[in-house]
Design a protein around this ligand. Sequence first.
Ligand SMILES: *[C@@H]1O[C@H](CO)[C@@H](O)[C@H](O)[C@H]1NC(C)=O
Ligand SMILES: *[C@@H]1O[C@H](CO)[C@@H](O)[C@H](O)[C@H]1NC(C)=O
Length: 488
Amino acid sequence: MHCFNLNPTLAVATVAFLSVLPTAQAGGLYTKSSPVLQVDAKNYDRLIAKSNHTSIVEFYAPWCGHCQNLKPAFEKAAKNLDGLAKVAAVNCDEDENKQLCGMMGVQGFPTLKTVRPGKKKGSKPIVEDYQGERSAKAIVNAVIDKINNHVKKVADKDLDTFLSTNNETAKAILFTEKGTTSALLRSLAIDFLDVITFAQIRDKESKAIELFGIESYPTLVLLPGGDKDGLLYQGDMKKPAMLKFLSQVGEPNPDPAPAKSKGDKKKDKKAPKASSSETTSSTTAESSEATDIPPSTESKPKEAELPPPIPVITSTQVHILINECFHAKAPICVIAFAPAAHGETAEKALASLSEIVHKYTQAKRHIFPFWEVQADNEAIAPVFKGLELTGEVELIAVNAKRGWWRHYEGDFSSSSVESWIDTIRMNEGPKNKLPEAIISAVSPGETVEAKVEEDVKIEVDAEPGTTSSQGAEPTPEATDASPKHEEL
Ligand SMILES: *[C@@H]1O[C@H](CO)[C@@H](O)[C@H](O)[C@H]1NC(C)=O
Ligand SMILES: *[C@@H]1O[C@H](CO)[C@@H](O)[C@H](O)[C@H]1NC(C)=O
């Protein structure tokens, strides 16, 4: 899969050979007119690391055959992701870029990495290896999955609070039939971070629909703030036109940020700005919007009506996990691994999960089983190792029957976790192949004895939290209860 740069003689020979081919460029693999953004060590920070947007970066060498093979797919991905995310390439053969490539841990070519802003302002970007298929489609899907979500999902019950909070700040609301937040809306929210607050309201929210007189979907409404009248967007759901419409109430953030030399004005503004925005956020509770931790904190039910926790598999009950999720016929499970002594992260993740289950249960809708698994035990080690999980708290979805699993990455706010769950429900987004060793390594055969009794008892215990419609993937009955494509 990779071209390893181990043999300099070979590399030289390949370069010499390629240089007689007409396709060889003097410099990199991509021409000036390529949709792929060409990045070097000097501008990497400004264009990629400091961007509010998500990028996928290819680290390549022009002589590498796999890199040349990737080029058409990568350029196609760049075209498809135009305006949504950045598709960039770094030529690691250039002396000036070698240090950057080394720092990024590049060992073979091509290496693809996604880069997106960390949760908190000013924190380091989150860099992850892309190891999916090298097709335009797979790349596009993976990148879309990594676009941070600053769009609040607002329900009828949250509407008043949402509208009255920071009522001087402009708000953009997309009324939609969909449960997930589109890449387009997420990218617009990123363009207008701290300028316009973005929200999405589902067609089911009848109070909101009536209040705004929404008759068709999707419809975008812009509230300029204060007592100014709302504006209705009637154009195509295409980025340039929407950007122009939204710019009526405020300029989008320039990306990349203006270069320093030009930015004397900006520089003067910058220092005070950082602190002033900090003070505003602490006094106006806007912080949850500014840092990708959407409404969970506000809309969290009051103490008294906290949703019931999801069922727990303690570290001595690993056989339950196997019976439920890791045998060859097991359907989708959502599993949160956390230490028995919950830290703050575990609390947050588990609260989000129970909130989601509660929501589905209340709406009498089908959802796959969710489990909390205490991860401080040897017995879990093979799973952790096999899936290369290293975090203290890890959230995954597994479909052993179909042989795939997915790793949740992001903050554990309920809205963010929920949109991940939505992508699983709708069979969207990238999946990883489940290592077969995991299923066999923990096959029920090894653990059944002496555990059967306990098993029965615990399953009964677990029942209340996981409704009887646990079937996961839509069996015919489950489909009746919740049509799989209802949200498309
Ligand atoms: C806007 O917020 C202020 C202060 O929170 C409040 O006094 C005012 O009534 C609000 N206006 C509207 C239209 O909600
Ligand atoms: C990123 O977003 C912040 C607001 O959170 C904004 O001030 C800044 O200009 C943005 N940076 C870029 C490069 O767009």
